[in-house]
Design a protein around this ligand. Sequence first.
Ligand SMILES: Cc1cc2nc3c(=O)[nH]c(=O)nc-3n(C[C@H](O)[C@H](O)[C@H](O)COP(=O)(O)O)c2cc1C
Length: 387
Amino acid sequence: MTATATTFAPLRLHAPSRRDAVVVELPVVLAPMAGVTNAAYRQLCREQGAGLYVCEMITSRGLVVGDPKSRDMVRFDDGETTRSVQLYGVDAPIMAEAARILARDFAVDHIDLNFGCPVPKVTRKGGGGVLPYKRDRLRAIVRETVAAADEFGVPVTVKTRIGIDDAHITFLDAGRIAEEEGAAAITLHGRTVAQAYSGEADWARIAELKQAVGIPVLGNGDIWEAEDALTMMEETGCDGVVIGRGCLGRPWLFGDLAAAFRGEGQRIRPTLGEVGRMIIRHAELLAEHQGERHGLTDLRKHMAWYFKGYPVGELRRSFAMVSSLDELRDLVSQLDADAQFPVAELGTPRGRQGSPRGKVVLPHGWYDDTSGCDLDLSDAEVGVSGG
Ligand SMILES: Cc1cc2nc3c(=O)[nH]c(=O)nc-3n(C[C@H](O)[C@H](O)[C@H](O)COP(=O)(O)O)c2cc1C
C-alpha cells in the first residue's frame, strides 16, 4: 500500500491569556467516548501512536457537588503529559466552576465541552446536541467556561453536531459563538442529533465550518481507517481529525494514523495472537486503574470489537464473561494465534450505528426562541452517562 504525506500542522490550542497552551504535534484526537476513553484505554491508544487523548465525559454538576464517582473518573496515568477532559453541562456558572476544579484540583491542561450528545434522556431536557439551538445560552456557557479555565491558562474547545435535524441547523452559529467567546477550536461531528449514529457523516459540513471560522476546526465522523483521516483533511481543509468508533477494539489505529500522516504506507494488520496480547495489555491497564474485578468487567464490552471478523468461535462467549487476568490469559492461549487479520473488515463501520431518531425529543416549546438563558435545564444533568 502506498500513501503520500498529508500537509498538516501541529494543532495549537490557545487560551485567551496563553498562546500555545497545548500543542499537539500530530493533529489526531481520540474522541471522548463515555464508558470507553478512561485512563487505561487512553494509555493503550497512546502507546500505539501520537495525538491528544480525551478523557470520557464528566458532568459539571457532579464535579461541583463533589460527587465521588465524577471525581474518580478524572484519572490520569503518570505518562499522560497532556491532561484532556470533556465536560458536559447546561449552566454557565456550574460549567465555569467545574472548569476551575478540573484545572486547579486535577491539573487538567485542556477542556472540551460536549454539545453533541443525542441521547433522548438528555435532549428531552434540553442538554447535549440540542442545546446549541439556544444561542444565547450556548454563548454564556462558552464565555464563562473559557474565562474560568483561562484563570489557569487552560484552553477550552467545543464539540458539536450539524444541528438538531435538517430543518434546525446550528453548527455555523455554534462555530461563530465558539470563536467569538474565546474557544480554542471546534470539533464537528458531521451528523445531526436526529441521525444519532446512523447513515453517513456529512464531511461537506466540516468544510463549510472551516470556511466560516478562524479557529481550528477538527473533523469528526466515520474515520474507519488511517486513509479516511487523510481524505477528510484534504476534502474539508480541517485542521485535525477526531476518531471515535474506528478505534474501538483497534487501538493500533493510532499507529496507522501516525504512519499515514508521515506518508508511510505500512499498516498494522494484527494476527489474532497479536490481538490477544493487546487485550491482555488492555486488561492489565484496567486492573491497575480500577482493580482486577472491575477492570475485567469493564473489558468485556470491548471483546466484540476486538474480535470483529476474526475466527474466535465458541470462545467468544467465555471472553465476554471473563473475570480475572489469569482466566483471560488462559482464554487468549486457546485462540488460533496465527489467524490473519480480517481484511474484509477494512473500512467498515464498527461500534454503535442504529437507526435515525424519527423525531428528536425536546422540551416543550424548544423552537419558540433561540435564547434559553432563563430556562431551568438542571434535569438535563441527571443520570447522564454520555453519548
Ligand atoms: C460509545 C460511545 C460513547 C460516546 N460518548 C461521547 C461523549 O461522552 N461525548 C461526546 O462528545 N461524544 C461521545 N460519543 C461520540 C463520539 O465522540 C464521536 O463524536 C462519534 O462517535 C462520531 O465519530 P466516529 O464516527 O469517529 O465514531 C460517543 C460515541 C460512542 C460510540
